[in-house]
Every structure is written in C-alpha cells, then in structure tokens.
Design a protein. Structure first.
Length: 636
C-alpha cells in the first residue's frame, strides 16, 4: 500500500498546481518554464517544472526547488504537516486511512511499565522482606554498598519458588504473555504454563540510554547455581549487544570528562559510581560490539578498557590477537574477548582514543576503589594505547635476550602497528618497538616472518587499479536502486540513520574535495528534506540518544520512513565503504541536478536570456563534481 505522501503525489499534477498559484507556464519540450513566483523576475523565465518527476526548480536568484509539498510550503508559508493536509484535501486523499494505529508503540509502553513495576517489586523485597535479607547483607557487607547506592541503582531481590513473580503480576492484571515478552517468565518445556526466570537472585535493573528499564542482570545467591550471573533473554526491548550497563547513570559524567571506562561487571560499575567515578559502564557478558562503541561516541572521545587482572585474562587478550570477537552464550557469564586488531579498526572507524588500564593482581575495580579510591585515578592516568599495551605485555613475558623471542614479539605486534591509520602515531610505535627489542627500525620495516608477506607499506596515493582488478576488489556496499533522484535521496537518508558518524565523515569527505557540506537543499523531495532536518536536529542535541530523538519527534508520515530505515541491512558493510558510497550518491544527486541546470541554461543562452559566464559557472561546478567522483573512485 502506498503512503499518503505517494498517493498525493500520484493525484496532484504539479503543472496544474503551479499554474493555479498564478504562475504562467510555457511548454518547452517535455517540460515547462515560467517566471519564478518567489523573487522579482520579469525578464528571464528561470522557473522550470518537470511533470514526469513532479518537481520544480528556480535557476535564478532563488536556486531552490522541490516537489508539490515544497512548492506549497514556500508559496503558502506552511510547514510540512499543513502542506500535507492542504494537498490531501485537494487530492481527495483521506489521511485517516493512512494513519496507522500506534498499537505497537502502546504495546511497548505497556511492557516498559511492567518492567518498571518489576523493578519496584524486586527492590521492595530486597529492603523489606525476610527473604531479601541475605541479598541485602551481601550488598552491604561483602560489596560495601551504601543504602543510597542501592537505592540509586534500584537493586532488588527475586524470590525463591517457581511462580512467585508470575502470580504477583497476574494479580496486578498482567497476562503471562506480557511477562514472557519481557523475559520475566519462561515457557515450560513440558506441559502448559510458565515459570519465573529469576529465582533467589540479586536483581540488577538494566536501563537503556533514555533511562527505561529494558531487562535485568541477576546474580546467584546460592553456590549451587551453575551460572553466577544470568541476564534477561533477548526480547523486543532487550538486546544486550546494543546496551551498556550503567550508561544512563554515567552519560553526564562521560560527557563532562570526555572519557568512558569499560569494566567487566555490574558490581564494578556500581562500586566505581559510589566512589565518585561515575563514567564507568560494562558490557553484559558479551564481546564489545560496534553498536556499543557507537553509543559511547555520542559522549566520549577516549575509551579506557579496564581488563581483568588475572593471568587468564591477560592470556585471553593475547590469544585474541588474530581472533574474531566471540559472542557469549546466553545466560552464561563469559569474559569479553579482547581483540586488539579489531579494536584498532574500531578506533580508526569511530575516531576514538582506545586505551588499556592494567588492574593490580587479584583486585577488581570495585574492590580497588573500596580499599583505595585515589589509586583508581592513578591507574586511569597510566592507561596505555592498545599497541603499547600488547607489546609491553608480551615483552614482560619473554626473554628479550633470545632472538627467537624478539622475532615472536615482532611477528605479533607489527600487524597491529600497521593497523594504525595515523602516520606519525604509526612511526612512534615502530620506534618504541625497535627500542624495546633493541633493533633498528629498518630491520622491523623489512621484517618478513616465515610464510608471511612483508608488512604493508602505506603510501600517500595508490595507483588506480585496472578495471578487472577493481571489479574483483570492489567493496560489497548496498547501492541505491535505480538512478531516480528520489531513490538516491532515500539511500542517503538510510545511511545517515544507520550510523551517527556517517554524517560527519561524509561532510569531511565532501569538504576535502571542495564540494561543500551536505545540506537540506540536496534533497528535492519535501518529505526527505524534513527527514534530513530531523536527523540533523538529532545529531546536534546531546540530551537524548539520537535515534530515540528521531523516534520521538517524527510525525506519523516521517515515522513510516524511519521504520523503513531500520530495516536496511548495512550491518555487514564497513563504515568506510558506507561513507564512501553515501558521498558518491550525494555527488550523483548534485550531478543530476547540475546537468538539468545546464540543459536549461543552454536553452536560455541560445535565447540570449543568460550570459555565457553563468553557463560557464555551471560547467565549472559540474567539473568539480566529476573530479570528486573520480578522485574518490566513486564513479563506477
């Protein structure tokens, strides 16, 4: 079913609309021209209308264009919603038929309310029930938590028994299906009915960046439990790969310090916050993901990884040098896999400064700050860049007088050094490794481990590959379907919504090629222009997660577009490829537009209505666009 916007465009003839507004149009081939209604212009008919695409453009003083909606908005001084209602009435389109009932949103609100009630239920049991006394004693005596900390994080206790939570909320009017939807109960494997997910456990509410409870972490209070920690199962509200525990509580401190600290567990976060170090967050038993880094980048430019201090933790780090990040099995506490090579790529993609903090042997962060809070600040100041951490950790475990040990370290560290994008930083690491191994930099630069190719040498500019090679090595990036401007605009918006940093990196790439920043004028379709302005507003504010901001402020017609953006499968595409393709698409849009202007100016030039200089300026603009497309190898 087409959207209301599409239906209105299909029914409204733009030529009739413009003519009815008082503009006299004259046919010119398949298109129409006339005097622009938006500025004083009685000599040169610079206003053009294209009935096939339903668009208009002023080639004169205005330099503006768009579709039927943008024409009405500019002519009548309306906003988009007003223009939509005006044109819907004119076209005989019943907007009510296109407004979907917000059932899904209401259902989600119902589930959020249930989780908030569950938080209060568990918290009350912790503080006021005999059964919760054991959990409360554990928090106060073994973890050293103060009452105000327990209150601030909403810690609670889940009762023993198979269905105490289920029965409590059924009495409150909730259905078993509601509790199943948020992970508070599970379906029985045999027979009908449900049972409580969390039983005789310390309950830790997990909030999203907007402060809504979306799930729980739960610590066992009995040594007989197989898993010390379990999390809520995956639900419509809870995806632990997209969340960081404590980010809601930490976001202001992270923004103020411009630094976030990633620790391993819930109690580490809570203990650090109690000690005054409120910029700590934790993954929930999963490997760190790009989604989590994308969240952090909204608030910080430096991320410190506070790693497990034990021997197993260090060896897991070094084993992960060339390994892919692993996902933790559901409901099992598993140490995050630290992959330096992957983190270096994340560092370069997200523009973050990633560092490693080494904890003292036998101490977790919450234990350390409880014993000596000032020590934590010292350790933070000593946090080392990833490459430096790896080379120094390896060197500490090897006999550097042994040439084979030197070769082993070089073999493992050099690939990391060549992942570093910045030339000066890369040279600095080479110098440090050379000093550490007591070798010359020339030896390291030419070192070729047996069975491996030499380390790559970065050049400022690589020769353009042959067409055959380019076809083989071209990045697999989702491309906009078709060459219609509307499809290209939709592709750009999809990419901007997919990753916050796309907008900034695209602007940087455009600026490097003297093509100016992406702006609302690049979008001809009024709905797309409104969507871009909403995305821009979301990027510029800092109080709310930017995607949440878009969801909150999108009207029903924009919401339909937002729903489409969320289904675009870009997860397998590198950020670099996506930025490059987005920049290419923007330049394609501009090229289409300037070609159209050139065609129109050529006609006006032949009629003596524009100067040769105006025509040459357009030709120069097209040449800049073509150069940018060729320079970035985006003109496939």
């Amino acid at each position: 079913m087409p959207s209301a916007v599409d239906e209105i465009k299909a029914r409204i003839d733009i030529v009739d609309l413009v003519t009815e507004s008082g503009v006299q149009l004259r046919r010119s081939g398949r298109n129409y021209t006339g005097f622009c209604p938006f500025h004083e212009n009685k000599r040169t008919p610079s206003f053009a209308v294209w009935p096939e695409t339903g668009t208009w453009y002023c080639f004169g003083e205005c330099g503006e264009g768009g579709d039927v909606f943008s024409f009405v908005m500019k002519k009548q001084g309306m906003d988009f919603r007003e223009a939509l209602e005006y044109l819907a009435e004119k076209a005989g389109v019943d907007l009510a038929a296109y407004r979907r009932e917000p059932a899904a949103r209401q259902a989600h609100d119902h589930l959020y309310a249930l989780l908030e009630e569950a938080t209060l239920f568990y918290h009350n049991l912790l503080l006021h029930s005999p059964a919760g006394a054991e959990a409360l004693r554990y928090l106060r005596e073994e973890r050293g938590l103060q009452p105000e900390t327990i209150e601030a994080f909403g810690l609670g206790y889940a009762p023993s028994g198979w269905d105490n939570t289920l029965r409590h909320f059924q009495q409150r009017g909730y259905k078993a299906e509601d509790l199943l939807a948020v992970g508070l109960v599970r379906q029985r494997q045999s027979g009908a009915g449900h049972y409580d997910t969390f039983r005789h456990r310390l309950m830790i509410p997990i909030r999203d960046v907007r402060g809504r409870v979306v799930g729980f972490g739960a610590r066992a209070l009995s040594a007989e439990e197989a898993a010390k920690y379990i999390n809520s199962p995956q639900t419509a509200l809870f995806n632990k790969s997209d969340l960081l525990y404590g980010l809601y509580e930490a976001r202001r401190a992270i923004r103020q310090d411009r630094q976030a600290v990633i620790v391993e567990g819930y109690m580490d976060v809570i203990g650090l916050h109690q000690a005054g170090y409120r910029n700590a967050v934790a993954p929930m038993g999963t490997a760190l993901t790009s989604s989590q880094f994308r969240l952090l980048k909204r608030f910080a430019r430096r991320v410190v990884l506070a790693l497990d201090p034990d021997e197993a933790g260090r060896k897991a780090i070094l084993r992960g040098l060339d390994a892919a990040r692993s996902l933790a099995a559901e409901d099992q506490e598993q140490q995050p896999t630290f992959n330096p090579r992957g983190f270096l790529r994340l560092e370069s993609s997200f523009g973050l400064d990633l560092r490693v903090l080494s904890l003292p042997e036998g101490q977790d962060p919450d234990e350390l700050v409880l014993a000596d809070a000032a020590r934590w600040e010292t350790l933070l100041a000593e946090a080392r860049p990833i490459v430096q951490y790896v080379m120094e950790t390896l060197a500490a475990e090897e006999d550097l007088a042994d040439p084979r040990a030197k070769a082993a370290i070089a073999r493992r560290v050099l690939p990391l050094i060549y992942e570093v994008v910045d030339t000066v930083e890369r040279a600095g690491y080479l110098q440090r490794l050379a000093r550490l191994l007591d070798l010359s930099e020339e030896v390291l630069l030419t070192y070729r481990p047996q069975g491996q190719e030499a380390a790559p040498v970065r050049r400022r500019r690589s020769p353009r590959p042959s067409a055959q090679t380019a076809r083989r090595s071209a990045p697999v990036t989702p491309r906009p379907r078709g060459v219609q401007p509307e499809a290209l605009e939709e592709f750009v918006l999809n990419a901007l919504y997919f990753a916050e940093e796309v907008y900034w990196q695209v602007n940087q790439m455009l600026a490097e090629n003297q093509c100016g920043h992406l702006e609302a004028g690049d979008f001809e379709q009024a709905l797309h222009r409104q969507a871009f302005l909403l995305l821009l507003a979301a990027q510029e504010q800092i109080e709310t997660d930017w995607r949440a901001y878009v969801q909150q402020h999108a009207d029903p017609y924009l919401q339909e577009a937002v729903d489409r953006w969320q289904r675009v499968p870009y997860e397998a595409v590198s950020l670099r490829d996506l930025v490059s393709q987005t920049c290419r698409t923007i330049l394609q849009l501009r090229r289409l537009r300037v070609d159209r202007e050139i065609d129109e100016k050529r006609r006006l030039l032949a009629a003596g209505q524009v100067s040769l200089n105006e025509f040459q300026q357009l030709a120069s603009r097209r040449a800049r666009i073509d150069h940018a497309l060729a320079e970035k190898d985006m003109s496939s």
